[in-house]
Write a protein that binds this ligand. Structure first.
Ligand code: GLU
Length: 423
């Protein structure tokens, strides 16, 4: 097929950035043009304006989005982001990444994502509840346990999922646990879901270190971001004997060559309104400096596009494990490849979260709840198998791990489409 050459320069648009990798993989796979066009176009894009009464009596109108990128493998699946930079292009890219992510780990879902443009840190609990309920009501016909299943993402967590489940259940007239994952345990959440993304980062990091013949006990790591993914990744990597020399959050990065005590840092942050500001047992550096530290493993687990063509030449890590979605901009890929840095790409590295979301949805349907040991064992097996499949594809097609992951994912979704047929 004729797929346009990927434009690996200067992507500020996240959907284009995703598509540039997709194009490379599609070309290698020899994807036919019809399938290419179908996989490129999101199935559904919903945009709403949500009037919400604030605590001071005024009404703010918030922009809300939900994109179902693809549903060939099953119902739409993906988180809801509350952040100021949310827009349609970002949600579209994140939804497409969910399609590839679910396919990489063989979770029978399609890809979706939602978002509301807001700053949750400045909102009260009551305001967040009203916003979440307004969003759920606007999306009541989009969501459904067999249609589209949301989950937490940046700026949302268990509490928002509980409100979403409650609002959806009120509208439908019966308790509907399977409409959302990442719920609190008492409402039908799964054991192990809170740690699942960080655990997958740890499992794939170990698998990659094994390929690189690096002993975790002699390895050092820097972790960017100290939210759910960053803090738990750091804790679990530390539990594997890896020395965590730097951590960070929005207040900056904290470096200690002798190793940060991650549990102590987590306790400090929790006691300090989820902020590392003032953390004592480390030297303060910037988030940019953290990225270029002389470490074995770098885990970007915060924002998109932090590794760029400008700082990629200075990265010294031998392995990058992408806890965040889209932390490496497309124009940095070639530089990292040239430097021989191995990347466990986002759609593989952080897929542990959606894997356990799938287990949560299964348990909701079964009405029977698994032990944490069973959840972790199955999730670890899924992540190890997915890693190996992507690694083998990277050898077979002689491509980096990112393109290999896209090849594995696109191949699965495209062959499903062929079996399903069409109009
Ligand atoms: N927001 C998470 C992600 O980006 C989890 C999605 C889910 O569990 O559905 O993978």
């Amino acid at each position: 097929m004729e797929v346009k050459e990927s434009k690996l320069a200067g992507h500020s648009n996240p959907f284009e950035s995703m598509m540039s990798r997709f194009d490379v993989a599609a070309k290698i796979l020899g994807l036919d043009e019809d399938t290419y066009n179908m996989l490129k176009s999101p199935v559904k894009q919903v945009m709403v304006n949500l009037p919400v009464t604030m605590d001071n009596g005024r009404i703010n109108v918030y922009e809300g989005f939900r994109v179902i990128h693809n549903n060939y493998m099953g119902p739409g699946k993906g988180g809801i982001r509350f952040a100021m930079d949310v827009d349609l292009d970002e949600v579209k890219a994140l939804a497409a990444w969910m399609t590839w992510k679910c396919a990489v780990v063989n979770v029978p879902f399609g890809g979706a994502k939602g978002g509301v443009k807001c700053d949750p840190r400045t909102m009260s609990k009551g305001e967040l509840e009203r916003l979440t309920r307004a969003y759920t009501q606007a999306m009541a016909d989009v969501f459904g346990p067999e249609k589209d299943i949301p989950a937490p993402d940046m700026g949302t967590g268990q509490q928002e999922m509980a409100w979403l489940m409650d609002e959806f259940s009120r509208i439908k007239g019966f308790t509907n646990a399977g409409v959302v994952t990442g719920k609190p345990l008492v409402l039908g959440g799964s054991k192990g879901r809170v740690e699942a993304t960080g655990r997958g980062v740890m499992v794939t990091c170990r698998a990659a270190l094994n390929k690189l013949k690096i002993n975790p006990a002699n390895a050092t790591a820097a972790v960017q971001g100290f939210g759910n993914v960053g803090s738990i990744s750091a804790k679990l990597l530390e539990s594997q004997g890896i020395k965590i020399v730097a951590i960070s959050d929005v207040t900056g990065a904290y470096y200690n060559a002798n190793g940060i005590n991650v549990s102590e840092a987590i306790a400090y942050s929790q006691a300090n309104k989820n902020s590392l500001e003032g953390y004592k047992n480390a030297e303060k550096i910037t988030n940019d400096q953290l990225l270029t530290l002389d470490v074995d493993v770098l885990v970007p687990a915060a924002l998109q596009d932090v590794i760029t063509k400008d700082n990629a030449p200075n990265i010294k890590a031998k392995l990058i494990v992408e806890g965040a979605n889209g932390p490496t901009s497309a124009n940095a890929d070639a530089i990292l490849k040239e430097k021989g840095i191995m990347i466990v790409p986002d759609i593989l590295a952080n897929a542990g979260g959606v894997t356990v979301s799938y287990f949560e949805w299964v348990q909701n349907h079964q009405g029977y709840y698994w032990t944490e040991e069973r959840v972790n064992r199955r999730a670890d097996r899924t992540m190890k198998e997915a890693f190996e499949q992507v690694y083998q594809a990277s050898i077979k097609f002689n491509v980096d791990m990112r393109i290999a992951a896209y090849i594995v994912a696109i191949d699965k979704v495209a062959s499903t489409r062929k079996l399903l047929g069409g109009f």
